[in-house]
Design a protein around this ligand. Structure first.
Ligand SMILES: NC(=O)c1ccc[n+]([C@@H]2O[C@H](COP(=O)([O-])OP(=O)(O)OC[C@H]3O[C@@H](n4cnc5c(N)ncnc54)[C@H](OP(=O)(O)O)[C@@H]3O)[C@@H](O)[C@H]2O)c1
Length: 229
């Protein structure tokens, strides 16, 4: 039976490329998106690859929305084998110039939302003895290269969460963080050298790791990164 992946923020940018590439590898894809209508084009592409595509409303910065997404998955009888925490926001230039609400929003969307999804879906993956969790982080989450505003702090927290969750789940559930590189998307801007398809590659590799693949790691271009620099 085909595996099923939940990809957050799959309506555009790197998330859409990850979703398309997973479908191309024979995986059914559920797009967790704030606006379900925005995933229409993606769902048509997934259908063209002969896989099942679905979109479910999901705001990863909102616990209630996460709960209702998980309830919808249950109602539809959808079992998640692969979770790609891709949705993210880049906010603020200087941490000291951001107010608490803005900082908290970055932490909610980039780190706590992914943790809630891992907490909900991870144990069920462990019970089924198969799971792949990919946290789309950034090299700007490494301590020596922290990105601007609350972004770097939130990605460093996502990295720390990746290590902890990987340690708490059995090895059959692989939990890894990755950096897509500098990618031409709304977030990355026009000057970025990589296409969303190139940026998606390492995430798709981690989402489809073999049983002897790594867990608790941090990768870019399919190679290990240091958590520090
Ligand atoms: N682009 C780069 O150079 C780069 C570099 C390093 C890491 N990254 C990481 O790669 C990931 C994808 O980035 P991208 O470049 O593709 O960015 P993007 O084009 O700005 O897309 C961001 C995606 O996240 C979704 N999103 C934002 N807040 C959300 C929320 N609260 N709930 C659900 N979805 C939400 C957006 O949905 P809406 O359409 O609803 O806004 C959109 O689908 C992010 O985690 C980012 O930090 C990107």
């Amino acid at each position: 039976m085909a595996r099923t992946a939940l990809v957050t923020g799959a309506n555009r940018g790197i998330g859409a490329a990850i979703a398309r590439q997973l479908a191309g590898r024979g995986i059914d894809v559920i797009a967790g998106v704030r606006d379900v209508a925005s995933a229409e084009g993606l769902l048509a592409d997934i259908a063209r690859s002969g896989r099942q595509g679905d979109a479910i409303g999901l705001d990863v910065g909102n616990l209630r929305s996460i709960r209702s997404c998980v309830a919808a998955l249950k109602r539809k009888g959808r079992v998640i084998d692969i979770l790609v925490n891709n949705a993210g926001i880049l906010t603020g230039e200087k941490l000291l110039e951001m107010d608490g609400a803005e900082v908290l929003e970055a932490i909610r969307v980039n780190a706590l939302g992914p943790l809630s999804l891992m907490r909900t879906l991870g144990p069920a993956m462990a019970a089924r003895r198969y799971g792949r969790i990919v946290n789309v982080s950034s090299q700007w989450g490494a301590l020596a290269h922290l990105g601007p505003g609350a972004y770097g702090v939130s990605k460093a927290l996502l990295n720390a969460i990746t290590v902890k969750v990987a340690g708490e789940l059995p090895d059959c559930v692989k939990v890894n963080a990755m950096c897509p590189g500098w990618v031409k998307t709304r977030m990355g801007g026009e000057g970025a050298p990589l296409s969303p398809e190139q940026g998606a590659d390492t995430a798709v590799w981690l989402a489809t790791l073999a049983g002897n693949g790594p867990t608790g790691g941090y990768f870019r271009n399919r190679k290990r990164l240091s958590w520090l620099d």
